[in-house]
Design a protein around this ligand. Structure first.
Ligand SMILES: Cc1cc2nc3c(=O)[nH]c(=O)nc-3n(C[C@H](O)[C@H](O)[C@H](O)COP(=O)(O)OP(=O)(O)OC[C@H]3O[C@@H](n4cnc5c(N)ncnc54)[C@H](O)[C@@H]3O)c2cc1C
Length: 413
């Protein structure tokens, strides 16, 4: 029997290979890097947020309108099944207060070891330094041209990932390979990417974290979009979950309007600032706003809004309080773009879902060709959604490809 060949040893590929082999077929896993799972290692800042505590429907809702495609894969393997598989292969995970699951050791390398162990136990043959250049369907099998020569396959599972962080090996090869086989590719673009802003004073604020803020993204000719969550200031602009989530909506330049105190209505905020002024008359205003925003941000924010931070509170009347309220609840930054595909966490776009059967993840165009993971036109929010989706689709693709191959074999007898 010709093996199932899985192309790309990220989480989707490792689970696809492991599951196909577990179902009783020979499997080869081809990886162009010297080692598998390089992107997995940098996930969750090296801690690997592997999945989320949310229920299935909430999970589906985190995929920006495309999540329904994932139902069959998630019904085959959701959180408990994934956590159980990892535990059986050496690593237990625990949930944090935000509902994010991480390995108990806090090391993504332990998740990688568990996924590799799964494949090894089932007899998957891993070939590293093996970059796939082309795939051809020839009669009832595939010919795969790789940097290590031609590999024959009874079925192919393409799990080459997206094209963000290309240094990890995920550089968009899968789109080219899929297109060669006749598949449509929804143009890939960065998602979950930090914004670059024009205001240079932001550099001095890098590392400052602003919890639970409201952000409105306003772009010329487009309906504004808003989000709420934690924001992080970087050397070049803004990041953090609320920004990453909005980044897939950015198509050029834009303004972000940040409300640092979303729980305050404007009149209540003005009244609260006036109260603080009255209680601290002999203090510079820059030193009495700490209950509204981090101290490090006060002077740059007031200066940018044209307010003298060294004015005494006693001299600052209602008009200044109104200006400060405006600055705090509508801090506006000019976005010049995202930090780009090389730094985005996931790729939006990819192999068009309408050409793939979600129940098996087999191509509707090329029998015997399967897809899983980020190479698909699927991208989820931050919070463990993308890794769970990669694992679930990998697992289902491996299972479906093995079942189809075994059934062909039985029919041929
Ligand atoms: C910095 C960062 C942090 C992240 N953190 C999280 C997180 O905490 N939680 C979460 O859910 N998601 C996270 N993600 C997203 C997540 O890592 C990806 O969605 C996930 O890795 C996709 O898995 P995959 O198996 O589809 O592809 P990948 O992990 O990208 O793996 C694809 C593999 O295919 C190989 N390959 C590519 N082309 C070829 C070829 N021609 N021949 C052979 N092999 C090839 C690549 O080398 C690579 O090893 C993060 C992403 C980044 C960049």
């Amino acid at each position: 029997m010709l093996p199932i060949v899985v192309i790309g040893a990220g989480p989707a590929g490792m689970l696809a290979a492991g599951r196909a082999a577990e179902c009783g077929v020979p499997v080869r896993l081809l990886e162009k890097n010297q080692m598998p799972g390089r992107k997995l290692l940098i996930t969750g800042a090296g801690r690997c947020n592997i999945t989320s505590a949310v229920d299935l429907d909430t999970f589906i809702g985190q995929f920006f309108g495309q999540g329904r495609f994932l139902y069959p894969a998630l019904q085959t393997m959701y959180r408990e099944e994934l956590l159980d598989l990892l535990a059986r292969h050496g690593i237990r995970c625990q949930v944090d207060h935000q509902g994010k699951y991480f390995p108990v050791t806090g090391q993504s390398s332990d998740v990688l070891l568990a996924m590799l162990h799964y494949g090894q136990k089932q007899g998957v043959q891993l070939m590293t330094d093996c970059a796939v250049q082309s795939i051809q369907r020839v009669q009832d099998h595939f010919e795969i041209l790789s940097s290590q020569g031609t590999v024959l396959a009874g079925a192919v599972i393409l799990t080459t990932g997206g094209m963000t962080y290309p240094v990890t090996g995920s550089s968009g090869d899968g789109y080219r390979l899929a297109a060669q086989l006749g598949h449509s590719i929804v143009p890939p673009r960065p998602a979950l990417a930090p914004f670059v802003v024009k205001q240079t004073y932001i550099q001095n604020l890098a590392g400052l974290s602003l919890p639970d803020v409201e952000v409105r993204l306003v772009q010329p000719g487009k309906k504004p979009v808003a989000g709420r969550g934690d924001l992080l200031l970087t050397h070049k602009g803004v990041s953090g979950p609320v920004i990453l989530r909005l980044s897939r909506e950015l198509s050029g330049s834009a303004d972000v309007h940040i409300n640092l105190v979303p729980s305050f209505a404007r009149p209540a905020l003005i009244a609260a600032i006036l109260t603080v002024f009255n209680q601290n008359g002999r203090t510079h205003i820059k030193n009495c706003l700490d209950s509204f925003l981090p101290h490090r941000l006060v002077t740059p924010l007031l200066t940018a809004a044209g307010i003298d931070p060294d004015r005494m509170a006693a001299q600052a009347g209602r008009r200044i309080a109104e200006q400060i309220a405006q600055a705090i609840s509508d801090w506006t930054l000019t976005v010049t773009g995202t930090q780009g595909i090389h730094i985005a966490m996931v790729t939006a776009g990819g192999v068009a879902l309408r050409e793939i059967n979600p129940a098996s993840l087999e191509s509707r165009l090329v029998p015997g060709l399967y897809f899983a993971g980020e190479v698909l036109d699927l991208d989820g929010d931050t919070g463990g959604y993308n890794l769970q989706a990669a694992c679930s689709t990998g697992y289902l693709a491996g299972q479906s490809a093995a079942a189809a191959l075994l059934s062909h074999l039985r029919n041929d007898r």
